[in-house]
Design a protein around this ligand. Structure first.
Ligand SMILES: [Zn+2]
Ligand SMILES: [Zn+2]
Length: 314
């Protein structure tokens, strides 16, 4: 399967501000030397050698992941503002009768706010299945898509075939993938998802404030968290901030490294980025997370920042 990231911010959308763009340009210009602009090849080499926080951005859209299984329909996790970008990008990829299966971790704004802009739900030839362990998913989703919050309602205008499913414990098979879920520690309740296909394991755990019980080697924890090829984890804060923001429902990147180590994840993707952290700060956290993994002696763990547009192959 392939996992594509359409939104990795937590809490609220965070577009780059003009002064941030100016400061990136200014920092790049200061690095240019005469030899970097002799030929187009020199220019490309120079640009390619720039640090990722200068020549890119993690993006500002809130949570949305697309999982493309080897066979079968498209799976999405959450409908934050990133789903609007996914929708705009579908173009030729949209099959004549495209089927989407959207699994919600929970219904906080940053995980549903893009749904009114999800074009395929308005397309009579598309079908969209919505899943949540919470009851009343249809009423919950349609309640924020009505006057005075939005000009049209789900019932009136979403002309695709919509199906609402409450998850009641059993795993779900979507094409060649199986989807399992478990509750995570988050205010108002939230769920993580484990998707397996052809021996590959993807675990999505966001939003979550990790607690001691998540590290216990119980059969239920092992069956859900252990041995993932890729783990996308809520690591919104530094450790200091996580302590200050106890009970806010999010984890620190350092605890995330401990958690990935405890459950033998191969790759850890830091996710649900704090809106107040700019690209430079997030990349600094990434370096610290990598340093910490080394100090723990976990030399096998690869750590990355989740970035908009990133594709994870499993
Ligand atoms: Zn969130
Ligand atoms: Zn939340």
């Amino acid at each position: 399967m392939t996992v594509r990231i359409w939104g990795a911010r937590g809490s609220r959308p965070t577009p780059l501000r003009a002064e941030q763009v100016r400061s990136k340009i200014s920092a790049v210009v200061q690095r240019i030397q005469q030899r970097d602009i002799v030929s187009p090849a020199d220019r490309e080499r120079f640009l390619g050698a720039l640090p990722a926080w200068l020549f890119g951005t993690v993006g500002g859209n809130t949570a949305c992941l697309e999982i493309i299984p080897r066979q079968g329909p498209t799976i999405l996790i959450d409908a934050g503002s990133g789903i609007a970008e996914l929708s705009a990008s579908m173009g030729q990829r949209l099959k004549p009768t495209h089927e989407f299966h959207i699994f919600f971790t929970h219904f906080h704004y940053d995980h549903v706010q893009g749904l009114p802009f999800f074009g395929p739900a308005y397309n009579p030839r598309c079908s969209v299945h919505f899943y949540s362990p919470l009851p009343g998913i249809q009423a919950t989703l349609s309640s924020h898509m009505q006057h005075p919050f939005f000009p049209v309602t789900m019932e009136e205008k979403m002309g695709g075939s919509l199906f609402f499913h409450q998850l009641k414990g059993q795993e779900v098979t979507i094409g060649s993938a199986t989807v399992r879920y478990r509750e995570l520690n988050h205010p108002g309740r939230g769920w993580g998802y484990r998707i397996e296909e052809a021996g590959s394991v993807f675990v999505h755990a966001s939003d979550v404030e990790l607690q001691e019980s998540d590290f216990e080697k119980t059969a239920a924890n092992s069956a859900f968290f252990a041995n993932s090829d890729a783990l996308i984890l809520d690591t919104q804060y530094t450790l200091g901030e996580a302590i200050e923001k106890y009970n806010w429902g999010h984890s620190s990147f350092s605890l995330g490294v401990d958690f990935a180590t405890a459950w033998s994840a191969k790759r850890l993707y830091l996710f649900h980025h704090e809106p107040l952290y700019d690209d430079a700060k997030l990349h600094k956290n990434l370096q610290l997370a990598r340093w910490y993994a080394q100090r723990l002696g976990n030399l096998d763990l690869e750590v990355y920042l989740s970035e908009e547009g990133m594709e994870i192959s499993l």
